[in-house]
Design a protein around this ligand. Sequence first.
Ligand code: BF8
Length: 646
Amino acid sequence: MEHTDVFMSRVSDNASAVMLEKAQTDCVETCFDRAGTQKNQCGFGKSGVCCRVCHMGPCRITPKAPKGVCGATADTIAARNFLREVAGGTSAHSDHGRHLVLKLKAIAEGRGAGYAIKDEKALRYNAGLYGIETEGRAANEIALDLADLLLGEFTSQEEDLKTLHLAPQKRQNVWEAKGIKPQGIDRMVVEALHRTSIGVDHDYKNLLMHAFRTSLANGWGGSRAASMVSDILFGTPKPLKSAANLGVLREDTVNILIHGHEPAISEILAAAVSAPDIKEYAKEANAEGITLAGICCTANEVLMRHGVPVAGNMLQQELAIVTGAVEMMVIDVQCCMPGVIDVSQRYHTEIISTADMAKTVGAAHMAVGGADPLSAAKDIIRRAVDNYKNRDQSKVHIPNEKETLVAGFSVDAIKYMLGGRYRASFRPLNDAIIQNRILGVAGIVGCTSTKQTSDYYINTLTEELIKRNVLVLQTGCAAISSAKRGRLTPETALRIAGDGLREVCETVGIPPILHMGSCVDNTRILEAATEIIAEGGLGDDLGGLPAVGVAPEWMSEKAVSIGCYFVASGVDVILGNPFYTSGSDNVHHYLHHEAANDFGACFHYIEDPLEAAGRIVEILNTARKKLGIDKKAERKLLDMKDRRDG
Ligand code: BF8
């Protein structure tokens, strides 16, 4: 099918452009059309100076009206709005983490109903990090202690988060000095809402400090718990092969999309799909089987652990339905657009919501909890199979695009790849950085947005960075952008990576872009950075590493929270979309400049990906200079005198 340039200005991949054209032919409205009708977005909202925290307002700040009814300035209002975004993002990631911790507790108490501890090694390792006794104890006993400890991370009123101790001591000292060590995650979020209600905290810097404190409760608290417990319950990811883009859907199978975030549901669906009775059921419906494929972060979760193929990222959720070949989309929480309902009604697709806290009008609700989640999951799948006969062949068009990928790079897996089974460690990576074969590391994370040509910034920047010998770590929808472009393969190193990075990738057998998981798995990037510090030779603080974070096409509150915990952890963050803070010079200046005085890092809004690449290289070179590794190290053989002196 042909497509016109107008569609390629919205998306970067041909499959999506073809589906946009089909949507137009089928009279289907998608988020790309709604972005057009919402084009004239409110300038007050975009600059962060619309206040609606009380009903004397809404107040909007202008040169003629520089204060709200209560006297709040642009600084107060912009900082309050920013903090509320961080609190929203922190809540989403952390509540996801909480649900998993509660599941771990239920399993430990024998109430696991269909779930079990899959990775006892990960359980023992993580329990050990918190000082929980593991020697000679049963897995369930350890799991109960760990679950209780992690639940305490949510509720602690006066004690700092225990997980903070996992950060390098020097960074902990920065947080202590700035007074931003978080206590319980729930307390941080409640305090954020309290501080931002009418007549409480009016000092923009005090508000921003709490934003960083709340974000730390996410990155070092809720998200860390989510990744850790997911690994314990469902297995720590290891490198595996799969495929991405809409071409993973098949004309001759029942196609089910799983979309959202929490892996507890998608794991059970992945198990149910391969059950013999379900396979038989699909055969009886004249289907050649069932294709399960993922959208956005749920896709990343089941990709990393089971190799389930990825249909697309956030902005492809409606386009996947436009193929006319999707029997069912199963949604849970976060980033599931209500717009999928209207799209689904143009075809035969059923939308099934599964989380009691996240219902959508027009979706059928089928919870996957209760005493027998596997049989609940089978009920959902049978319903999808029953819907297969309703597929209208005249409306079906599945694009061919499908790219091979390698994913599954947990911290453990990277260490194993670098050092092998007996010497698993980050040493080879540290050495490659010190010897300037690798210039530094960039974590490219976050969403895609209708404000940009989807995937373009992510892919342009990623490719430019690996050319310049920057190792790229990816998560979330950004990783799916690279996957669709066919870049998540070891061959990418041969084709486009710079000489130094290519040499390392070839030696170790890894791609130059490592897919580390979903959005909560950004915490894996912090974990990797901490291990790099512990390995030695690259300073003693996360803040000193030649490393940056980038959110090229971010749009979610979660990304605001992630950006803040990266900056508070000492890592500069490049944004491809601006914050809504430009209405306050002080707030904007603090986040983009002054924060560097407090944390050694700040935000940089850069609209153009190539300009961003240049700035990133500058940041990495500055860090290298400070570490004294800015010159190419000679590989010197040590004689006996050197050894004695050394
Ligand atoms: O949590 S990257 S669009 S799917 S918010 Fe959403 Fe953004 Fe995708 Fe995952 Ni993260």
